[in-house]
Design a protein around this ligand. Sequence first.
Ligand SMILES: Cc1cc2nc3c(=O)[nH]c(=O)nc-3n(C[C@H](O)[C@H](O)[C@H](O)COP(=O)(O)OP(=O)(O)OC[C@H]3O[C@@H](n4cnc5c(N)ncnc54)[C@H](O)[C@@H]3O)c2cc1C
Length: 453
Amino acid sequence: MSTTEPPPVGATPSTRPSLSEPPSASALPSATAAPPPPASPSAFALSREQREWSARLRALGSERLRPHAESGDPGRVNRPLLRELGELGLLGHAVPGARSEERVSALDLCLLREALAYSCPQAETALALQGLGAGPVADVGTPEQRARWLPEVAAGRAVAAFALSEPGAGSDAAALALRAEPEPESGAGPGGGGGGGGEHAARRWRLSGRKTWISNAPEADFYTVFARTGEGPGSRGVSAFLVPADRPGLTGEPLDMLAPHALGTLTFDAVPVTGADLLGAPGQGFSVAMRTLNLFRPSVGAFAVGMAQAALDASLQHAAERPAFGGVLRDLQSVSHQLAEMATRTEAARLLVYAAAGAYDASTGTGADVARRAAMAKLMATETAQYVVDTAVQIHGAAALQRGHLLEHLYREVRAPRIYEGASEVQRSLIAKELYRTRPPRTGRPHTKESPT
Ligand SMILES: Cc1cc2nc3c(=O)[nH]c(=O)nc-3n(C[C@H](O)[C@H](O)[C@H](O)COP(=O)(O)OP(=O)(O)OC[C@H]3O[C@@H](n4cnc5c(N)ncnc54)[C@H](O)[C@@H]3O)c2cc1C
């Protein structure tokens, strides 16, 4: 790829992070900056192409996407914004199977989410939700399901949603209660094997129950719905269904959130589904959900890193301009140390995110290492972004709290990622579980206190 003639922005940068390419101090140039700065060899860094791609994405976020974001209705699905994301070819990076590649590159997805989070968080969120909702379709959908929905989702013409959480099952998602009751005449009892359609095509169920906190609900065009079919206890009795929004008995209500986010509840009143709507085999739904989350978790971290970088850059500028005590704010040592801490933590989070995405891309997308790294990246990045945005508010003073200020927006926006797709505490439990699994306790003599003599 030539560095003088940039590829279309939707095109994937062809290289992976390299150990020989120069890193930049801030890793990604700003939307308006020229080429990425050179730096010393030997440190881990993105390739030049990747950094240039990120810079173009940031610029697109502010020039092409922000106008759509700002003219949308806060808290509602923004279809013109989605169509623009589709026309720019960006949704294809979040929707597996929509481009020629079968798999999404987790690292490209992270670069994309980080860049858009920096310049247009609404576009970032809209893009991520398309990927999350369509992930299971791409993963285990039948050829008919994939052909019907994936091109539409990637073009931004169809809106997808991922419906796992329920009023009684959030962090403990395996406790979900939405029932898929077999219709007597279908002869459908608990059973396994096969995917959607095929041997299960003649089976029929009725979905009854509630989902809540579902992004894009109730405006999505289809929902990936996780329901209890009862093949086994807990997670082993969950199946995934692709439910088009126009199915009879499916209704929903929007919810008003701290940061405007298209999100709502869904009520299923005996919604009919058949074997042709299954996503994967009966009883396999929970692992389908977890595989999708493994791909998206590091990229939630990338979203957080993008917001942290935006807060840091705003703080650097403000601290350089704000008169204080005969100089400017940044002359105060405590402020300069805050800025240094914000930059260091943001860079550390970024590297963890890229490493987790790299591990995903180098694997089959499953496995303990992928899950552990994804959890670490999401945990570190979302907690870091909260710290950085809060510190940025402190550096800005009252101005940051005025409605419409960038930091007022980020302060509200940064809170939710510490809760969704696995709260921070859940990530810690997941990391600890993997640590214990690889280091089982020693058998034999229990640990005894040694005598000092
Ligand atoms: C903006 C937003 C968008 C969302 N989008 C979607 C979506 O598209 N689809 C979807 O299915 N869901 C979505 N959710 C729901 C989200 O996944 C849940 O909020 C999340 O799983 C946590 O569940 P809960 O809110 O019920 O909290 P609870 O499960 O009740 O947990 C509350 C708190 O208890 C603590 N806790 C919980 N479990 C543990 C544990 N094991 N160890 C220690 N402490 C623990 C944590 O502090 C946690 O924050 C979204 C949520 C938000 C805020």
